[in-house]
Design a protein around this ligand. Sequence first.
Ligand SMILES: C=CC1=C(C)c2cc3[nH]c(cc4nc(cc5[nH]c(cc1n2)c(C)c5CCC(=O)O)C(CCC(=O)O)=C4C)c(C)c3C=C
Ligand SMILES: [Fe+2]
Ligand SMILES: [Fe+2]
Length: 335
Amino acid sequence: MSKPFLSEPETSTTDTGVLLLNLGTPEAPTPQAVRPYLREFLSDQRVVELPRFLWQLLLRGIILPLRSRKSAHAYQSIWQDNGSPLLIGTRSLTQALSKALPESVITRFAMTYGQPSVMDVVQEMKKQGVANLLVVPLYPQYASSSSGAALDQLWRALLKQRVQMAVRSITSFCADTNYIKTLAAHIHTHWKQHGRGECLLLSFHGIPLAQQQAGDVYVEHCRTTTQHLVSELGLKDNEYRLAFQSRFGYAPWVGPSTQDLFNQLPQAGIKKLDVVCPGFVTDCLETLEEINIRGKADFLAHGGEQFHYIPCMSSENEWVKILIPLINQNLQGWL
Ligand SMILES: C=CC1=C(C)c2cc3[nH]c(cc4nc(cc5[nH]c(cc1n2)c(C)c5CCC(=O)O)C(CCC(=O)O)=C4C)c(C)c3C=C
Ligand SMILES: [Fe+2]
Ligand SMILES: [Fe+2]
C-alpha cells in the first residue's frame, strides 16, 4: 500500500523556488507515444467534462486509435532533432529565467501531462530545500482546461506533503503591461523585416462553448489581451480580427473559428494576412502545424496571396523581459 504522505528531510529549510508549468507533449512523434499522452490529457475532467464512464468508452474505443495516428503524423511535420518544440521552448525559457533570477532561487519546469510531471518536480524541489514556491502556469489567459488543470496537479502534489510548502500562484497576466508592450514590439519587428499584411489575425486556442457558458473567464481574457494589443499597435477595427483555433470534437466551441476565417478572408478582399498567437508562450503543434502549415495552405488555396505567421516571442529576450518583473513582484517578502 502506498504511504499517504512522503518522508521529509529532518532539517527545516527556507529556500525559494519558481516552478513554470506547461501543457506537456508526447515523448516521440509516433502513434505509440502520442496515445498515452492523449489518454492522460483527454481523461482530465477539466478538459472533457462528459460523464466519466461514457467518455472513457468513447475515448478508448474510438478517439484514441484514430487521433493518435492523425496527431503523430502532425507531430512528425514539426519535430526537431532535439525533440518536441513545446518541450524545447519550455526548457530554454526555464534556463533563461534561471540565469536572470538570483542564484538562490531554484527554477524548474514541469508538465501538466507527461514528463517531467508536477509531482516529481515538486518533490525534487522540496528535497533541494524549497519551502516557498511560486507557480507560474505559462498561459497569459486563464482557462479552466489549461491553467486550472496545471494548478490541479500542484494541489495534488501538496496533498502528499507532510510539511506543506508555502505556495503562491499566478493565475493570469492577460493585461500585463510588459506582455502587451513586448508583444507589440515583437509584431512591429516582424513587420519591419517581412512587410505588413492587410489584416492581423489574433488566433487564440479555443474552448468548448459549454465551458464558457458555465463561467470560464478565458474568452474575456482573450478579448482583454486583444483590446490592449490593438490599442498599443494603433490598429483600426478593420485592420485586425480575433479568432479561436484548435477545435476538438463535435460539440460547439467558442468562435469565430480561425479555420473558417482562413477560408473566408480572401473572398472578403483580404489577400495578405499576418497571424499571431498571443496565447502561446512557446511555439508548438498548434502554432507550427495547425497555423503555419495547414492554415497557410488553406488560406492560399482559397485565394489568399501572402500568409505570414509571426512566431511566438523568444525566451531569451522577450519572455524574460515579461516574466522577470512579474515573478519578482510575486516573490516579495520571500527573498
Ligand atoms: C491556451 C491554452 C490551451 C487551452 C485553453 C487548451 C484547451 C483544450 N485543448 C484541447 C485538446 C487538445 N489540445 C492539444 C494540443 C495543445 N493544446 C494547447 C494549449 C491549450 N489547450 C497546446 C499548447 C497544445 C500543443 C501541445 C504540443 O505538444 O505541442 C491536443 C493534442 C494535439 C492534437 O491531437 O490535436 C488536443 C487533443 C481541448 C479539448 C481543450 C479544451 C477543453
Ligand atoms: Fe521577437
Ligand atoms: Fe489544446
